[in-house]
Write a protein that binds this ligand. Structure first.
Ligand code: NZQ
Ligand code: ZN
Length: 379
């Protein structure tokens, strides 16, 4: 096992912690306060953030969409340059945080076309503006990782980039800032976090018992606490446990030194790009279908997962438990729930994989052909 692990993001966790940004954001210069469609104006988060930022010079941009649009981000880059912004504070869910990372990198990008940042998955990012976050939706792990996913509305593309330059300097995780979330987004968050763990766990045995146990404990915690926080949305402890679980699911610790898959995510991103379903909805449809396709390679881990997380024997029982868990949260696991034709989706998405020559998964075999076979079964 060989790996490097670096996570420089300072986590400020708990009720009332928004005030802490007052001592973290530089006093000199101009801060960009970036947010989404306005949820922070209805739950008291906006007022807390503005109070904590005093007396700094602040410019605002509201209107980052879910699955943040490239086109919108470029408008913000213009604003950042015009206003000479020196620090970005992203307040919202994964979409606002991801947008802030892209804006931070694109502002400093010296290349010809900022889309190249996404086309090269971030390889060419040499610098970025510093950024901090206030998270209002536990799900993506964006608050403590160096990834960002951006959608290009005009071409139905959804691509990610990763760069050590866009780790948030700090992230505030105040569970009470998430109390206003509609149930749909809590459900989405539980499933997204669950699948993040799986992408780093459900591969093949690799002599990494600690990583396995860490992953299994996050999965077990999500199974325990997910339904509780969904049913009692304003209860602090379960929400806090869920929030921290979602951060640990993708702060890159679980995946250190072990094979990783990410095939479910890459297929899921295309489903969102073509059909507009939510990120977590796409994952809940694809994941167990991908396991079935890779049954031979994944058998040992599926059995281990079933045994340790669900106390079941065999692969079918583990898959059924997983799908039943998603369904119990109100999350469908088939394309028909969204009126998406499986044959059509299989054709479109495998064509895109073929065009790009994409291949993901721990064995690099989730390619165009595999995508076609996986998706057409998910009716
Ligand atoms: O825009 P506002 O008005 O804030 O409303 C948002 C949005 O409509 C609302 N919301 C957020 N916090 C709220 C709230 N509503 C009420 N109360 C609150 N406290 O929730 C809606 C969805 O928000 P969004 O940020 O889109 O959701 P999520 O956090 O699930 O982010 C999804 C995006 O993250 C990407 C996804 O692909 C997708 O684009 N991902 C990013 C990852 C990363 N950076 O590591 C990894 C993930 O796998 C994922 O791909
Ligand atoms: Zn995800």
């Amino acid at each position: 096992m060989n790996f490097t692990f670096r996570n420089p993001t300072e986590i400020l966790f708990g009720k009332g912690m928004i005030t802490e940004i007052g001592s973290r954001v530089p006093r000199a210069g101009t801060v960009l306060l970036l947010y989404g469609g306005g949820s922070i104006k209805h739950n008291g988060v906006y007022e807390q953030v503005r109070a904590a930022l005093k007396p700094r010079r602040v410019v605002e941009f509201g209107g980052i969409e879910p699955n943040p649009h490239y086109e919108t981000c470029l408008k913000v880059v213009e604003l950042v340059k015009k206003e000479k912004v020196s620090f970005i504070l992203a307040v919202g869910g994964g979409s606002v945080l991801d947008a802030s990372k892209f804006i931070a990198a694109a502002t400093c990008f010296r290349g010809r076309d900022p889309w190249d940042i996404l086309r090269t998955s971030g390889e060419n990012v040499k610098a970025a503006l510093p950024l901090g976050t206030v998270l209002t939706l536990p799900a993506t792990g964006s608050e403590a990782n160096s990834s960002s996913v951006i959608s290009r509305a005009t071409t139905n593309e959804k691509l990610f980039f990763t760069s050590g330059h866009v780790f948030p300097v700090f992230s505030v995780l105040d569970p009470t800032a998430t109390f206003s979330l509609p149930k749909k987004y809590i459900r989405n968050g539980i499933v997204d976090a669950f699948v993040h763990v799986m992408e780093q766990y459900m591969t093949r045995p690799s002599d990494a018992p600690l990583q396995d146990r860490l992953s299994e404990s996050v999965l077990q915690t999500l199974v325990e606490v997910g339904p509780v926080t969904l049913a009692r949305p304003r209860q602090y402890e379960p929400r806090a446990t869920f929030m921290w679980s979602a951060t640990l699911a993708l702060n890159t610790l679980l995946g250190s030194g072990v094979p990783q898959d990410w095939g479910t995510h890459m297929i899921g991103h295309e489903l969102t790009a073509f059909y507009g379903i939510d990120h977590a909805e796409s994952l809940a449809v694809v994941m167990t279908g991908l396991w079935r396709y890779k049954m031979k390679a994944k058998r040992a881990k599926i059995e281990q997962y079933g045994r340790r997380v669900w106390n079941t024997r065999g692969t079918e029982a583990a898959i059924k438990k997983t799908e039943d868990f998603f369904k119990s949260l109100g999350m469908p696991t088939r394309l028909s729930a969204y009126n998406i034709d499986a044959e059509e989706a299989a054709g479109k998405i495998s064509a895109r994989f073929a065009e790009r020559g994409s291949a993901f998964g721990e064995d690099g075999d989730i390619n165009a052909d595999a995508v076609f076979k996986i998706l057409r079964k998910l009716k």
